[in-house]
Design a protein around this ligand. Structure first.
Ligand code: 5GP
Ligand code: ZN
Length: 142
């Protein structure tokens, strides 16, 4: 169901234009209009959902094949040295549009994007503590 205040729902409805790359029954892919770099694209669900937490599972399952299709086209067209898929959920994650979307970023070794982090060894006691909290939620999930 579309949200009348949602910019991505308006794009899917054709009320706002986009550089559409691809669409199928459940997904829609387009160029990002504020690109981080050349080739920055978005894959969105056609059904309105705020993010990963409330999206329909079948819609989410359809996102990845679309992302693969777009990523292969990006690879062939732009020959990047890497591709990231980033998906933000909530303000601390940097989500600004409240309609599910995955970013597809072609990457260059020299692009300076701050998405990579080092591999410093973790505190195993803390990891186990957090693990137990998550496992308790998974055990009670239907
Ligand atoms: P977020 O910050 O929520 O992870 O990403 C939202 C993305 O949507 C941003 O990269 C932003 O540039 C993009 N965006 C916002 N409005 C529009 C629009 O009207 N059309 C397109 N194609 N992208 C948009
Ligand atoms: Zn929407």
């Amino acid at each position: 169901m579309a949200d009348t205040d949602c910019i991505f729902c308006k794009i899917i409805a054709g009320e706002i234009s986009s550089f559409k790359l691809y669409e199928d029954d459940r997904t829609y892919a387009m160029m990002d209009i504020n690109p981080f770099n050349d080739g920055h694209c978005l894959v969105i669900t056609k059904a309105h959902a705020v993010n990963l937490l409330d999206a329909d599972g079948a819609d989410l399952a359809a996102v990845l094949p679309t992302a693969q299709k777009i990523a292969r086209a990006l690879q062939a067209a732009l020959e990047p040295e890497g591709i990231n898929i980033i998906q933000a959920n909530g303000p601390a994650a940097g989500q600004t549009v409240l309609h599910y979307h995955s970013h597809i970023f072609p990457r260059r070794l020299t692009d300076g994007a701050m998405m990579n982090w080092g591999h410093a060894p973790g505190d195993m006691a803390r990891i186990e503590e957090v693990y137990n909290k998550i496992m308790a939620e998974l055990a009670s999930a239907v």
